[in-house]
Every structure is written in structure tokens, then in C-alpha cells.
Design a protein around this ligand. Sequence first.
Ligand code: 5AD
Ligand code: SF4
Length: 348
Amino acid sequence: MNELLQKLEKEHILSKKELIILLEDNEINSELFDLANKTREKHVGSKVHLRGLLEFSNVCSNNCKYCGLRIDNKNIERYNLTFDDILYSANIAKEAGYKTLVLQSGENQAYPRKQMKEIISKLKKMDFAITLSLGEKTFEEYKNYKEAGADRYLLRIETTDKELYKKMHPNMSFENRVRCLKDLKELDYEVGSGFLIGLPEQTISSYADDLLFLKQIEVDMAGIGPFIPNPDTPLANENEGNFLLALKIMSIMRLLLPDINIPATTAMEVLKPDGQIIALQSGANVIMPNITKPVYREKYSLYPGKNSNDNIAKENSETIKIKLQNINRGISEDFGISNAYLIKKSTF
Ligand code: 5AD
Ligand code: SF4
């Protein structure tokens, strides 16, 4: 086996320089993917965790250059789901056997804090693990939601290249984002983060930094998503991210943090047919099927193709089951708490 891969398998750490060598060497790709797959099997098992993704509001006050929900995009109709709409989707998720609900929205205050807490505790009472993905909030707000029953929080760092971060995220601050991740950890959330692959000006060196950042803050989950240009954004004419590179980076993530959860991201499927199945065979162990009412889905337009029908992430869990059976993988029947999180807890 390639020497660096051997070292990565044994020690779960490499220097930035070594990571760059791996990222630039395409000869090792299949060895890397196999090793990530084996490592996933050894550390988190063969079962795939399904998380029902509920996009409950597409209102966003931020203006991220790459995202279709940015405030400057006037080409989409904005919505806030009613409590009844949310319950409707939660029931679909229940029937489909999903154990986790992911409540995602643009960065806004679709619901005042008190109501948001009520929603969380109501859904928690339906015996779901609750993941929130609502963007940057204060420590107090994160604390309130944790107390209401939230278990996990997703907040991608997007890129650790500070210059690029600034360009991509007008009026936002890298430091505040890191502060949020630290607060979430302190509050004992299972913390998911991640980054984009293929933004203009992103480099191999910055991906190595991104990987090491997630290793350093010890995330419990990491979502690696290729960038897909959205025609309603200033990045409309940029190139899309490279599937193979995104897959490599995801596989290396598995080897750096073998016990975490790693989703096969929807963006991977958009770039390549069966992209999510390939990801599941290269280190990933999670899928996030969309359970939002179909009429709203097209309005949650982060990037084109996200809601296409041949996307594995549909509410139809039967289709997913068959696809998984074909690669000898089953659907997990437990909450799918990150092993990394459990290990950290048991060592306290
Ligand atoms: N391409 C790929 N991913 C995107 N996201 C937003 N816009 C795009 C895009 N054009 C991702 C961001 C965000 C997540 C919810 O969606 O990484 O964190
Ligand atoms: Fe808003 Fe998130 Fe899109 Fe940025 S990435 S514009 S914060 S929804």
C-alpha cells in the first residue's frame, strides 16, 4: 500500500504537506477509496443512517455568493412552513421509519425563539433525534434549543481560507462562525460541519487546511459537498466542483476521523449519476432524504438539480432500501449517534 495511506490508516493524522501529496496523486485513488470503505466498516459498521431533511423556511438574511437562497436572489418565492406543514412531514418521516429529523432553514428567525422551542420539543416527543441547521446564533439561543430537546447541529465552515471566506460571505465573519462551532461543542451538541469543494479560487492547499480544521475541532459529522453553480447567483458562470476530488477529500476525512458520521451529499449525486452510492462505498454512512412537502422543495433552491427525481434522497425509503441492498448495506434502525461523540463522552 502507498506509504502515506498506511500512515493515515494507522495514525489517523498526516501533516498538511502529506495531505497535499495525497490530494495531488491520482494513482492512489482506488486504494484510497477502498481503504476509506474498510475503515468505515471497521469503525461505524455497514448500516446507513437516514436523516429526514425538512427545509422549513427558505428565507435568509445572508448573501453567500454561491447560494440560491441569498437575500439578493429575487427569483424565488420565499416561504415559512406552518407548524402543521412541519408535522405533516414529520409524520411522513415517522412512517418511513426515519429516526432523525433535520430542521433546516436559511438564516432568519422564521419562528420566534419560543415557538421554535415548542416545535423542537413537540418533535422530540415523537421520538426523533433532532438535528438543527439554522445558521449562526447566539450561545443563549443554541442553549435554549438544546434544552428544548435538540441533539445535533449542522454548521458548515464552508472554507477555512479566510480571504476566500470573506469574498464568499459578505457581511459575515469567519471568527463568528468558529465561535458558533465552539459554542455548540461546549453545549454538548453532536456537531456537524463541513466544507465546499470547487469554489472559485479554492486550492488543494486550502482543502488540506479544511480537513485539518475539522480534525482539530473534532467534529462528530462532516459533510463534504461539491460546489454547483446556481444561475441566480453571482457565481452562475463559474465551473462546478470536481466529483472525484470531492470523493477523495471525503475519503481522507473518513481516515482522519474514522468514528464520525459522513453523509453521501446530494450535491455528489447531482454531479454524477449514482454519486451517493459511490460515496457510500468510499467512506460515507449517512443519507439525508428530503421530506419537505414537494411544493416547497423547488423553492429551496440552494443549487440546480437538488430536487431532481432520480436523486436517491427522496422520501421513498423503499427505493433507497433497494439501492442499498444492491451494495450489501442495510438501513440503520437506531438513532445513529456519532461514534466519535459516544467515545468522547465515555472518556470524560
Ligand atoms: N453548491 C453546493 N452546495 C451549496 N450550498 C449552498 N449553495 C451551494 C451550491 N451552489 C451548501 C452550503 C450550505 C449547505 C446548506 O448548502 O455548503 O452550508
Ligand atoms: Fe443563507 Fe445558508 Fe444560503 Fe448562505 S448558504 S445564503 S446562510 S441559506
